[in-house]
Design a protein around this ligand. Structure first.
Ligand code: HEC
Length: 115
């Protein structure tokens, strides 16, 4: 019985987590594209232009991941090495950014490279 309750609670927690992540992907992808270029791309490009060049990452754009992977990133964003640098980005802007990334994912109908 105890095991059943734990499983039930775990299932609810999981469902709300996925629900929250999906609910977040209703932003404005065009605005998200603009924000991604402003907030993320300076580090996530082959020749970074961010002032913290030593902390740069390789190319990352919508087509770098599949839709399910973008949702996973969003759900576990606190674990990303660069999460500290997102603190200034509002929840609404993050929603737009992830709507853009998810919408142009490699397995989406419209894969998009952030060129
Ligand atoms: C100050 C530089 C910097 C900024 C700004 C930045 N990142 Fe990162 N990011 C990194 C570094 C460094 C890593 C770790 C190296 C790597 O994974 O290439 C990383 C890792 C990641 C990863 C994991 C890598 C992978 O391929 O799964 C994701 C996803 C990511 N960042 C997304 C973002 C998003 C979205 C934004 C904007 C909201 C952002 N980053 C802003 C530097 C940055």
């Amino acid at each position: 019985m105890k095991k059943l309750i734990i499983m039930y609670v775990a299932a609810i927690l999981f469902a709300t987590q996925v629900g929250i992540a999906l609910a977040m992907l209703d932003g404005n992808p065009r605005k998200g594209r603009f924000l991604y270029r402003q907030e993320c791309r300076p580090c996530h490009m082959d020749n970074p232009i961010h002032e913290m060049k030593e902390f740069h990452a390789e190319y990352l754009g919508p087509d770098s991941k599949r839709q399910a992977e973008w949702i996973e990133v969003l759900e576990n964003k606190e674990q990303l090495p660069c999460f500290e640098h997102w603190k200034e980005i509002s929840q609404e802007d993050l929603n737009d950014i992830f709507t853009y990334l998810h919408g142009g994912a490699a397995d989406s109908p419209t894969p998009e490279r952030c060129g």
